[in-house]
Design a protein around this ligand. Structure first.
Ligand SMILES: [Zn+2]
Length: 140
């Protein structure tokens, strides 16, 4: 991954270490330095393609996907086209999503009322978790 060379020691081995304000954060394997890259570059790995398409299917807008994942909405539109995806029309279900850390996720599941009248999917997002939830009925 040459796009993610360490600015301190120039080693090219880095591990992903979360997303900060839409920017991918890396941790250098040799010196432990944390750094971010401005835009997730032209070579977006399949991890982001899959996450973006998941969000698209769940009814999240292109702009919101851009904000959440730090990949441009134009890339997302291109992937949708490339893979020929069509999001089903959402009429009865109202998707919402939240970014939670592990503790917040655990707390959420301790409340039984949070699990009623809704479907949900939890997916890893950097060092956090994203919860997509479908309310059976729109909250009034
Ligand atoms: Zn380094």
């Amino acid at each position: 991954m040459s796009a993610s060379a360490c600015p301190k020691c120039h080693a090219t081995e880095a591990t992903k270490s979360g997303i900060i304000a839409g920017r991918q954060r890396f941790k250098c394997k040799s010196c432990g330095y944390h750094f971010t890259v401005d835009k997730i570059g032209r070579e977006v790995d399949s991890y982001y393609v899959i996450k973006a398409l998941q969000l698209y299917i769940e009814g999240v807008s292109y702009r919101e996907i851009e904000r959440l994942l730090g990949v441009s909405h134009v890339s997302v539109m291109n992937w949708v086209k490339k893979y020929g995806l069509k999001a089903p029309r959402q009429t009865d279900y109202h998707p919402t999503y939240k970014i939670l850390n592990h503790r917040e996720l655990a707390e959420f599941f301790q409340q039984p009322e949070n699990l009623k009248s809704a479907g949900m999917v939890i997916t890893e997002l950097g060092d956090k978790f994203m919860m997509i939830r479908w309310e059976r009925f729109r909250p009034s």
